[in-house]
Design a protein around this ligand. Structure first.
Ligand code: UDP
Ligand code: MG
Length: 308
């Protein structure tokens, strides 16, 4: 029997890209000569993306759409697509053509050599601003240092995964999704294919600074306790320093009786210790808030309508 491929395309205000990516994806699956399904997950777009996607579904039963009840964010939209996918292999791809659809042919052929995960690694990134490049580079470098799973650097979610991996992901029901970390955690045989990342074809990025920050903290808190250990360590260091200073203060007050009013040193130490304390509480707070989100066990997304 022919193998089947699912392609998951999260959509957030992508009306200028949908028709083009669809056409290019169709060419790719025709070249590969596979059974296929495309799953367009509309993540609360406010333009006419949903109408365009519905148009694509009209004459082709391989094209599926899922309309979420609101904007849940990229990671959740992809998770929803994975939940409903049925292919032997599944591709996750952005809708804005930054991930060239033709690379799927390479990803697929590489997977046939016996890999459950083939991710696309960026050689170059075009049309991305300096701030995004720097923060992304820094983030991935820090992340691999403080986690003990090997999250690949310079790669996003553009990848091909085997059904085994999809089934494993479905059992990982945490609320704060960081898919590339989860897939790294899952293991199996993983490899990569390099590519040049294009600039966004039309429209503008849906990843605001707030969403990027959330993703970064989700990634770190889901896979590392390092920030908590830093909080503990700084506690130890400052307690030790404080203890020495206390001894010195008592010595000068009681024994030598040679002491200054010392306004500056008090202000500096109070502010400094106050800062460290607040930071530590903040770090603990990030973990606690994620515990609370997970304890609630809310569904990750709700579906408005679909043609599944
Ligand atoms: N996206 C989404 N929900 C969001 C933001 C983005 O489904 O809240 C989709 C978007 O339509 C695209 C992919 O996620 O297919 C990547 O988003 P984007 O290109 O805006 O991110 P960037 O490439 O700038 O990091
Ligand atoms: Mg993009």
């Amino acid at each position: 029997m022919k193998k089947s491929l699912s392609v998951i395309i999260p959509i957030y205000n992508e009306s200028s890209n949908i028709n083009l990516i669809h056409e290019r994806l169709i060419n790719v699956v025709n070249t590969l000569n596979l059974n296929y399904e495309f799953i367009y997950v509309n993540d609360g777009s406010v333009d006419n993306s949903l109408d365009l996607v519905k148009q694509l579904c009209i004459n082709n039963s391989n094209i599926k759409y899922i309309d979420l009840s609101r904007n849940f964010g990229h990671q959740i939209a992809v998770t929803c697509g994975l939940d409903f996918s049925s292919g032997d292999k599944v591709v996750i791809i952005d809708a804005d053509l930054q991930d060239p659809p033709e690379l799927i042919i390479d990803l697929y052929n590489t997977s046939l050599k016996g890999f459950e995960v083939v991710y696309a690694k960026r050689k170059q990134r075009q049309g991305e601003n300096f701030f995004k490049l720097i923060t992304a580079k820094l983030f991935y470098r820090i992340l691999i240092r403080i986690t003990n799973i090997s999250i690949p650097v310079d790669s996003g979610d553009f990848r091909l995964i085997d059904r085994k991996v999809v089934e494993a992901l479905k059992t990982m029901t945490e609320a704060n999704k960081f898919l590339r970390g989860q897939i790294a955690w899952i293991g199996f045989r993983q490899t990569f294919v390099e590519y040049d990342r294009d600039r966004r074809y039309g429209g503008k990025t849906g990843y605001t600074f707030k969403k990027m920050w959330r993703l970064a903290i989700d990634g770190i808190t889901s896979f590392s306790d390092f920030p908590l250990r830093i909080a503990t360590l700084s506690g130890f260091i400052f307690s030790f320093v404080s203890f020495v200073v206390i001894l010195y203060a008592l010595y000068s007050r009681i024994i030598t009786k040679d002491y200054e009013p010392g306004w500056a040193s008090i202000i500096v130490s109070v502010l400094f210790i106050g800062g460290v304390q607040l930071l530590s509480i903040g770090i603990i707070g990030e973990y606690v808030s994620r515990i609370s989100q997970n304890v609630k066990k809310r569904p990750l997304y709700l579906i408005q309508e679909s043609n599944l």
